[in-house]
Design a protein around this ligand. Structure first.
Ligand code: MOS
Length: 704
């Protein structure tokens, strides 16, 4: 028998689903087919606000193979009238969007009609012939201009982390402080841009609805469909075994799901609806933020005033919130502290969580500001973080459940060669290029939710783990197999993991970097219970046996602040004439509790690094304010990093033992590596050039 040292938790096991993916056997939402399946294509609004006054479909209907055109006027009237029914698990407060509800247009690219045909090509061709007549309204999509309408997010039952309490007298102390900075940063809209577009195949069998759809949570989609279509839970099944990247855009169900199900009902056939790349810019996105940081320090560099005020974008129908300004209050103590967060409503679709939502943007501004402060007080940037290091969370007053951030700083700095850095900006060169070195801190909250898992022992000595969680490319299939293998004392390859089907035991959405903790802990509990029952009655091993176990975090009062941390160090080379920027080296050290699989964990952090480079230097969804429309809605003009943009990246996992966070002692890795990374790059660009860029992304003209 193979030993668990070789097979279980902590080993660099290759992805158990890797072979399927490489062989093309892993099927994604848009690849499922059914007999008699029809194809749907969405016609999107060309205006950002107004009304549909007419839709001419005759030309479209004449195209061979077209079955018809569905609009708000002729869609099946089977949708719930009640806003509550349209609220998915993570819907913000407000009024959820209902596609083809009526003739009102609330954002550019809003779906206004769906053409259904017996081929995709016929549907697409016909869609181009649908003529929409508009009654145009006046839209507002300019974040800067609309700031005058900003408001406090309402509080309610939906999770929203309000900013920490004000302490001391920050405004007055800041006014008279000697060493201080007052700086404002802008971060733009971003779109998730996974390789796999949103797609749904919907099929009604009598009054039962089954969908194969792209989602980060089959249970969330399941509950949403039941609500929106007024069905009992048993009447709905949602399947999504694989996700081709999501980064948050699969957290909330999107309109293609509703439209595919509506069209399937209207045309009495299975319907597949796949969004185009352009239409992937038509729904949730990372919101624009404008952030003001006011920091003051004593002559040693110790912070005494910390003020972080942010405006974030939302739609006019939902109050989208993210945690932008809270991070600094859990990283750096300051006697006088104030953080505010307000929303600016625009005529765009509601923003959506994306790659470390709130943290990526909030900590970006914070860690750039700390860099600015380091020059103001004349202290090395790393030293400034160490001077302000804390072992208790200043926001809550609680000790950290574990915090090996200091080790992250030290190990990453050593490996990077931070001690070779000359403090003066523009003081370093290499091969005729300006050389810059920058660093930043990362932090991410540890989340942990309940989940249910079925663990089954088969007579052939293998096991099956089933739960309605998702693997969004993160390695969930693999780590869950490893956890079960360790408990059952079999090899990882002897465990089959089934995910992504709402008929399996319930699990939360895969988001917030919480799946390893939440579903992993439930797998551990179920597998250990199964092992116990097998040991009690040995005949069970020969005949097969299963248990279904729920793991629910306790309700007891929090005694610890729970965060993962990281330290990022970036080196850039900048051409002195053209200003072209190349990230030449990255070192990221991460303290995130126990590492279940160093191989898939490293991949997670490499992904974070890649997106950090994108955020610093490339990604921006550009609005044409005249049309209220994102105009670079393709991968030629929305730039994401390619291999040539990403240098050799060193990932260091700092050992960290945590007995408080969850039974596995894991903290989640999907996001923490990205938090702060863009700041490290921007700080390196400042060091290389002496130019402080406060609008992301840094472009060539930012440095001229
Ligand atoms: Mo993540 S933005 O919670 O998928």
């Amino acid at each position: 028998m193979k030993t668990k040292e070789k097979q279980g938790v902590g080993q660099a096991h290759i992805r158990v689903d890797g072979k399927k993916k490489v062989m093309g056997q892993a099927r994604y939402a848009g690849e499922f087919t059914l007999d008699g399946m029809l194809y749907a294509y969405v016609v999107s609004s060309a205006v950002a606000r107004g009304k549909v006054s007419g839709i001419k479909t005759a030309a479209a209907e004449r195209i061979e193979g077209v079955k018809g055109v569905m609009t708000h006027a002729n869609r099946p009237s089977i949708l719930s009238e009640n806003d509550d029914d349209w609220r998915d698990q993570i819907a913000p407060l407000g009024r959820p969007f209902r596609p083809l509800w009526n003739n009102v247009i609330e954002f550019s690219h809003q779906p206004l009609a769906v053409v259904v045909a017996d081929t995709f090509e016929a549907a697409r061709c016909a869609a181009s012939l649908v003529e929409i007549e508009y009654e145009r309204g006046v839209h507002t999509t300019d974040m800067v201009a609309a700031r005058k309408d900003s408001y406090h997010p309402p509080s309610g039952k939906i999770a929203y982390n309000p900013p920490p309490e004000t302490e001391g007298d920050p405004e007055a102390v800041f006014a008279t402080a000697e060493r201080k900075i007052d700086v404002t940063y802008h971060t733009p809209d971003h779109h998730h841009n996974p390789m796999e577009p949103h797609a749904t195949l919907a099929h009604w069998n009598g009054d039962k609805l089954k969908v194969w759809t792209k989602t980060q949570g089959v249970m969330n989609t399941h509950g949403f469909l039941a609500g929106a279509f007024g069905l009992d839970e048993e009447q709905v099944e949602v399947v999504c075994p694989f996700v081709g990247g999501a980064f948050g855009c699969g957290l909330r169900p999107q309109y293609q799901l509703v439209l595919a199900a509506l069209a399937s009902r209207a045309f009495n056939a299975p319907v597949r609806l796949t969004l185009t790349r352009e239409q992937m810019f038509s729904f949730g996105h990372r919101p624009y933020t404008i952030q003001r940081l006011r920091l003051a320090a004593d002559e040693s560099g110790r912070l005494n005033v910390f003020m972080h005020d942010a405006d974030g974008e939302t739609s006019k129908f939902e109050h989208f919130t993210e945690t932008v300004v809270n991070w600094g209050a859990s990283l750096y103590p300051a006697e006088h502290r104030k953080c505010t967060y307000n929303l600016v409503p625009l005529d765009l679709y509601t923003p959506l969580d994306m790659r470390a939502p709130g943290g990526a943007t909030g900590v970006h501004a914070l860690e750039c500001a700390m860099d600015e402060l380091s020059y103001e007080v004349g202290v090395d940037p790393l030293q400034l973080r160490l001077i302000n290091y804390t072992e208790t969370d200043p926001a809550s007053g609680l000790p950290f459940s574990s915090k090996e951030l200091k080790a992250c700083y030290q190990r990453a700095a050593d490996s990077f060669g931070w001690s070779r850095r000359k403090p003066e900006p523009r003081s370093m060169t290499r091969d005729g290029k300006r050389l810059g070195m920058g660093m930043a801190t990362g932090i991410w909250e540890v989340m942990y939710m309940g989940a249910t898992v079925k663990a089954e022992w088969k007579p052939d000595g293998t096991a099956v783990i089933s739960t309605a969680s998702a693997d969004i490319g993160t390695g969930t299939y693999t780590i869950l197999a490893q956890i079960a293998a360790e408990e059952l004392d079999i090899s990882t390859d002897q465990v089959e993991v089934r995910l992504g089907d709402s008929s399996l035991p319930q699990a939360p959405i895969e988001g917030g970097s919480m799946t390893a903790a939440s579903v992993g802990s439930a797998v551990k509990k179920a597998s250990s219970q199964l092992r116990k029952e097998l040991d009690e009655e040995s005949s069970r091993r020969k005949s097969g046996h299963s248990v279904t176990v729920q793991n629910q975090p306790g309700e007891e009062e929090e005694t610890h602040a729970k965060y993962a941390h990281s330290a990022s160090f970036a080196e850039v080379e900048i051409h002195p004439v053209t200003g072209s920027i190349r990230v030449s080296k990255l070192v990221i050290a991460v303290a995130a509790g126990k590492i279940l699989n160093p191989k898939t964990a490293r991949s997670q952090i490499l992904g974070c690094a890649t997106w950090g480079i994108g955020m610093a230097l490339q990604e921006e969804s550009v609005l044409d304010q005249a049309y209220g429309r994102f105009m670079n809605h393709n991968l030629a003009e929305y730039h994401v990093p390619v291999n040539a943009d990403v240098p050799d990246t060193e990932v260091i996992f700092v050992p960290e033992e945590d007995k408080e966070v969850n039974p596995l002692g894991v903290k989640g890795l999907g996001e923490v590596g990205m938090v702060g990374l863009s700041a490290a790059i921007v700080n390196a660009v400042y060091h290389a050039t002496g130019k402080r860029v406060r609008h992301l992304p840094i472009k060539l003209d930012s440095l001229l």
